[in-house]
Write a protein that binds this ligand. Structure first.
Ligand code: SAM
Length: 346
């Protein structure tokens, strides 16, 4: 996924702060929320990024990328930790706390945010955790530089934020959820409508595109006994970790795939279900959802079927008509529609 203009701007803010603080010798560097825009301009970096479309361009250019910090040795520390923060505050707070734990004693933490996307909140969180920080305002962003974050970190607050950002059991939903993952602590209204519409006689192999924490897959596994296998495709590694917990041991065999759905699927399926994303890089994107549909259309086996839910205003019908020759609106409520289409037998 090539970065948006705002990604390039945030990268510039982080890199300017880096330039202002870089020591003469090459420091060891950890980047949380790493992006290709940073890696292109920094010396050897240990990169952590859970979102596959951001990972693929980094691995394609020879970088190793970890999906999460569990891939590091517990005692591995860095002289510089760069944080490209999550747009979700609880997740960003957990990243700051984790970053402090990974800094060497004399190390430095650098993070940045757009002014109109929460720079002020980020600064107040950084100050709450570490005390006074150095602020660089440029590119309509604030870059924040914390020296010796390990020593200055409020340990109790860091622990609180790490816990709040970790996977949590949500008893009312009977689901594992996590801050920063789609629909944390609620079932999305669109997903709920799709579950209401899905028939119980779905059979054969099934793919769940953009499976998130596995809500739809858990539903069909429970209600559709004729399914023979399920594959969950999802870009966010954190969501897949939750999905594994949420599905646990099932009668139907299943696999989870850390995968960018816009790149197509490796096999064909009798059934494809999806609540496609319609946001990319913080902005609404019809193109991303339409790309999901194109992937679905080519992955459905002859005679197979597609079930998807979308916001009512999203223009998906014409694409399905073109690709499959039919489409039916099965249910509409609360601004959502459930669409069904079938691929002809050859
Ligand atoms: C609308 S949510 C639906 C999640 C889940 N199916 C549910 O019903 O709760 C869309 C999901 O697509 C994932 N996603 C976004 N872009 C993706 C991509 N390029 N490839 C795979 N998954 C993607 C998001 O991380 C999110 O979990």
């Amino acid at each position: 996924m090539s970065g948006t203009v705002s990604d390039h701007i945030l990268a510039a803010a982080l890199l300017d702060a880096w330039q202002a603080t870089v020591p003469s010798a090459s420091p060891s560097v950890l980047a949380l929320g790493a992006r290709i825009e940073l890696l292109e301009r920094l010396p050897a970096v240990t990169a952590v990024q859970p979102f596959k479309p951001f990972v693929d361009p980094m691995t394609a250019t020879g970088h190793d990328v970890l999906a999460d910090l569990a891939g590091l040795a517990p005692d591995q520390h860095f002289q510089r930790v760069m944080v490209w923060p999550s747009p979700v505050r609880a997740a960003a707070r957990a990243e700051l706390a984790a970053a402090a734990q990974r800094c060497t004693d004399g190390g430095m933490l650098i993070c940045a945010q757009h002014n109109e996307r929460g720079a002020r909140s980020l600064q107040s969180d950084v100050e709450a955790l570490f005390g006074r920080v150095e602020v660089l305002s440029k590119h309509r962003c604030r870059a924040l530089v914390v020296s010796q974050p390990h020593a200055r970190c409020n340990a109790a607050l860091a622990q609180e934020w790490l816990l709040a950002g970790a996977p949590q059991w949500c008893a009312p939903l009977s689901l594992w959820t996590q801050a920063g993952v789609f629909a944390a602590r609620r079932i999305d209204a669109g997903s709920a409508l799709l579950m209401q519409a899905l028939p119980t006689d779905l059979s054969g192999s099934l793919a769940d595109l953009g499976a998130g924490a596995g809500v739809l897959s858990a539903h069909v596994a429970k209600h559709c006994p004729a399914l023979s296998r399920m594959d969950l495709y999802e870009a966010d590694a954190r969501a897949l970790g939750l999905a594994k917990r949420n599905l646990g041991a099932l009668a139907v065999p299943y696999e989870v795939h850390w995968h960018d759905v816009t790149r197509g699927l490796p096999r064909h399926y009798d059934v494809v279900i999806s609540n496609p994303p319609f946001h990319a890089g913080g902005a609404q994107s019809h193109e991303l959802g339409q790309q999901f549909l194109r992937t679905a259309i080519s992955a459905i086996a002859p005679g197979g079927e597609l079930w998807l839910v979308a916001n009512r205003h999203l223009p998906y019908e014409s694409l399905l008509m073109q690709g499959l020759g039919n489409v039916l609106t099965v249910l509409q409520a609360d601004g959502y529609k459930v669409l069904h289409a079938r691929k002809a037998h050859v």
